[in-house]
Ligand binder design. Sequence first.
Ligand SMILES: *Cc1c(COP(=O)(O)O)cnc(C)c1O
Length: 484
Amino acid sequence: MNSKLYGNLIFELSHPGSKGYSLPSNPYEPTELPKALLREQKPELPACDELTVARHYTNHSGNNFSVDNGFYPLGSCTMKYNPAINEEMAALQAFTRLHPRQPQNTCQGALELCHTLQQSLAELTGMADFTLNPFAGAHGELTGLMIIRNYHQSRGDTKRTKVIVPDSAHGTNPASAAVCGLEVVEVQSTPEGLVDVEALKPLLGDDVAAMMMTNPNTLGLFEKDIPEIAQSVHACGGLLYYDGANLNPLLGVCRPGDMGFDVMHVNLHKTFSTPHGGGGPGSGPVGVKDFLVPFLPSPHIVKTEAGFGIADDSFIHVGQHLGNFLTNVRALTYILTLGREHLRTVGPLATLNANYIKEMLKDVYELPIEGLCKHEFVFNGLKDKSTGVTTMHVAKRLLDYGYHAPTIYFPLLFPEAMMIEPTENESKQTLDNFIAVMRQIAQEAKDTPETVQSAPHNTPIRRVDDVLAATHPILTYKQLLHDN
Ligand SMILES: *Cc1c(COP(=O)(O)O)cnc(C)c1O
């Protein structure tokens, strides 16, 4: 087996007889377990001493890339720094020792915290109320669409089964609509990258449940026709859903509720700085306008004369309890530490940073849509297409220089898409260093294209075979031994 390729596995470090624990001798008679409950064979566990285990996992943890060790311009993901104060608050024992089913009168503080977060999100977005229950952005989309479906059905308006989704939308939008049992209808973008209002109009009718939009869209462009779109969707009886994963550039500038959106989700793990990646813990609160508040899922935190309570009277449940509580703690900490005054600067600074990178690189990378962007923008690969260096090669080469790659090959509108989102957190110095490296790679593509095409050269694992990994994943140590 090529241990360079796979790194040391804990099984390879195993020495029969080693152990990392010591238990006091058992003063009681050993109890025999019933035979039916015993394993037929002993589990194949690695045997290692404590220090070997500590080093093994510490060394592996060093292979992780995170916002804490480098610039992470992953478009559409808003890889924002999670300030240490958020973690300190989330680690308070008063929060970590709560039980989801403890009596409400013993956790009034925690309920107030969630209620304050619901209210803060409502104020920041122009909605009437929020639920904190959904566990991710996609889960929020599904929740929002269930709310919309139930709203139409409650009025006996059962014909509305279609959801209109722009072709630039995040893949979760059509997926959520399909999971909700609704039919997805795609609307095209104009050459300028905005929803084509003329193409939209013929799609609107009494069978439309909703239109989902991301604004700014995934090209980082503000949908300036939103008043007309909102008016047209409402005129046909449909509702407007806002994919608020891209809320960051709007903070302090404008609110989806004021643009005519009826339902929306936000990603606490993007705009509100709670950590994400690796599958969790996410949170996708859903906000609604007044007329949809009765359709929010249960359990829902409400303020009553007697204090904070949990209402459990809705049509839908989307999770067992009240969502990812410690993520709520982090998000509210973030909101309160920035305060009204500094939250206002988030959107404008994120927008400034993205435009700075775009302008400094557009002579060497192809910018398919000119003009001001919001918090992110898309290049279509290198400007010089004669070198044979693709977006994938540039992304891999960035790893050699210690940067996370941007989002690549999304959105699908441009074949060599490279989507860059710096966020407001980064200093000018960091942006300048990144710009210098991107220019350096463009130069290498001209001078020594093989260097870029065979990158990465100095990461722990070099080029992985994406197709093989997807079609033939090796998920257990036994399989690895067997396959080699
Ligand atoms: C991240 C993202 C989502 C999905 O959020 P998850 O928490 O990953 O489910 C949806 N839409 C857009 C535009 C996003 O960037």
